[in-house]
Design a protein around this ligand. Structure first.
Ligand SMILES: [Fe+2]
Length: 275
């Protein structure tokens, strides 16, 4: 066998290793806290733990609520905090973010604000599910059209879709008033494209792993405070910050694992009733 060809085959056969980090909720001032947590420090500790692991990511997905106070200075401080990233990071907005500031201030290499990534037989499609000044989400017609366009254009690439809002119920009534409003339209579209394999999101500040309509459904802990599962009303969990590894395999299957720090952030106001 021609050795050059075999090297290309080997590269194409590689697994895509993704680091998902989400919901940093960075404040505009360095010493400001949220629910007692210095969210910038908590974000930095979580990122450092992920990057200390033996294998480096091929790319990072930053799935929204990167800022709590969406200002240019917040995104500048966040960009400094992401300087240690050894790979490209792809950001998308959450309900606390300002998409245009995110695109203009945060998105400088290695951080990118872009909706389509092609890598090793896979495509990762990043969508904006935010509605200005609203905690719940919806995929606007242009976002659904973009999703369909990529799936039609690259039928031979398996697809992982990333967005901020959860498209399936989390099981917490208060949180599920803030899920993706037009999830049926989203899943109906994905149904028409058999290469779609998974959906990954932030927003719920807890681990969610399920399968729905043939897709892997992956929700991920925040880098700051965690929401307690199965609650009627807002309640914090006593769990450390976390992040998720996602491995996209050449045959279209996905393996994944959530990792957490060893301790909860200092100062966490566990009894808080909301923010
Ligand atoms: Fe959040």
């Amino acid at each position: 066998m021609n050795s050059e060809f075999s090297m290309v085959e080997e590269r194409l056969g590689d697994v895509v290793r993704i680091l998902q980090i989400t919901d940093f909720h960075i404040r505009s001032q360095p010493d400001e806290t949220l629910l007692g947590v210095n969210t910038k420090q908590s974000f930095e500790a979580t990122l450092a733990a992920a990057l200390a692991e033996a294998t480096e990511p091929d790319l990072a997905l930053l799935t929204g609520d990167l800022a709590q106070d969406a200002s240019a200075s917040t995104y500048e401080r966040l960009r400094e905090g992401l300087a240690s990233l050894p790979c490209s990071g792809y950001c998308l907005p959450g309900n606390h973010d300002d998409p245009s500031l995110m695109a203009s201030v945060l998105a400088r290499p290695p951080i990118h604000y872009q909706s389509h990534i092609l890598l090793k037989g896979w495509q990762i499609i990043c969508l904006d599910s935010t509605i200005r000044h609203s905690p719940y989400g919806k995929l606007a017609d242009d976002q659904l059209a973009l999703l369909e366009q990529y799936l039609l254009e690259y039928p031979d690439h398996f697809a992982l879709v990333a967005l901020h809002h959860h498209p399936v119920a989390s099981g917490s009534a208060w949180m599920d008033t803030m899920q993706l409003e037009n999830a049926d339209a989203f899943f109906d579209l994905l149904d028409r494209h058999s290469q779609a394999r998974g959906v990954v999101f932030g927003h719920i500040h807890q681990t969610l792993e399920s399968e729905y309509r043939g897709l892997r459904i992956l929700g991920t802990p925040s880098t700051c405070f965690q929401f307690k599962p199965g609650q009627a009303q807002f309640a914090l969990d006593v769990l450390p910050p976390g992040y998720r590894w996602i491995e996209l395999h050449p045959d279209g299957h996905i393996t994944t694992q959530v990792k957490r720090l060893n301790t909860i952030p200092s100062g966490l106001d566990v009894e808080s009733g909301g923010y």
